[in-house]
Design a protein around this ligand. Structure first.
Ligand SMILES: Nc1ncnc2c1ncn2[C@@H]1O[C@H](COP(=O)(O)OP(=O)(O)OP(=O)(O)O)[C@@H](O)[C@H]1O
Ligand SMILES: [Mg+2]
Length: 271
């Protein structure tokens, strides 16, 4: 685990509001560089809000948030953000290759025309997500899992030092989840820091670093430090500890397999 000198995100007394509501009350947290960080917490606990702030999409109400050594707004071009749901309006006649190609838009040159290098990066991203054979298909002709792979491909096609993924594995079958999981683990080997949100306790345990949210950051640190019975009770209430196996706290929605998401969850509410 890199020491604090290599933290890519440092939040001190950070308050984040959505509309007139405080979504994250004054909180301290860090994200170590070149690692996988999982943000976990109940619905409406502020996970997406935290990602939005790190991505520089919403302002910090008070406190101090540093991302890649600067303000989130300044660092924004180095951050690739795969949203929890699509921002592409349904019915947009966009093919898979075009959607992934949009990942290159921020770095297109003078005439805005993709170079050989841009095209190579789009092809490589499609191959890494195993969607090259879908290149000419329209987004509307894809399954949810295939579409999710397209959005991740778009995210990695973009030049980035940090990859933010909002619930990248929620609702996916094992094949799609494995494909995206492989990308998540591959990114740090390329020097990229990954921050993802999840509802899966096993996924959080498998991360290098964890931030637990419940209207504020309850704890930030290693999985062992953060995912204690006390912290989980704090975040989820006593119900979270009903299904305990030995001394190991489990959430009610936990599954045998890390990617076997069967819990219903209205992840899009309030967005
Ligand atoms: N655009 C918005 N305008 C007003 N309030 C919002 C907006 N987006 C989120 N909120 C509120 O902010 C709080 C935090 O929401 P957020 O989306 O960050 O939660 P979350 O942890 O990502 O939840 P989920 O697990 O359902 O995705 C909630 O109370 C939510 O209702
Ligand atoms: Mg969310």
């Amino acid at each position: 685990m890199p020491d604090s000198a290599h933290d890519v995100v440092v939040g001190r007394d950070v308050v984040l509001t959505r509309g007139s509501r405080v979504a994250i009350a004054a909180s301290d947290f860090t994200v170590p560089g070149g690692c996988i960080t999982a943000i976990i917490g109940p619905n409406g606990s502020g996970k997406s809000t935290l990602l939005h702030a790190i991505a520089g999409l919403i302002p910090v109400t008070s406190g101090n948030l540093t991302v890649l050594g600067a303000t989130p707004e300044i660092s924004q071009p180095k951050i690739s953000y795969v949203l929890q749901y699509t921002t592409i309006p349904a019915g947009t006649p966009l093919t898979v290759a075009e959607a992934v190609g949009m990942g290159r838009y921020p770095s297109l040159g003078f005439l805005g025309r993709p170079t050989k290098d841009d095209k190579a990066k789009v092809t490589a991203a499609m191959e890494r997500l195993d969607i090259a054979d879908l290149a000419k298909r329209h987004l509307t002709e894809l399954s949810g899992g295939q579409r999710q792979r397209v959005y991740v491909a778009q995210g990695i096609a973009q030049d980035h030092a940090m990859l933010l993924l909002d619930e990248p594995l929620t609702g996916l079958d094992i094949t799609s989840a494995k494909t995206i999981d492989a990308i998540i683990h591959d990114e740090p080997t390329r020097g990229c820091s990954v921050i993802l949100t999840t509802h899966d306790l096993e996924e959080a345990r498998a991360a290098d670093h964890v931030i637990l949210t419940a209207g504020r950051v309850v704890a930030s640190g290693t999985p062992e430090y953060v995912l204690t019975a006390e912290n989980l009770t704090n975040a989820y209430g006593l119900g979270a500890l009903h299904e305990t196996h030995g001394s190991d706290p489990m959430l009610p929605s936990e599954h045998h397999h890390g990617h076997d998401h069967t819990n219903s969850h209205d992840g899009h509410a309030g967005e």
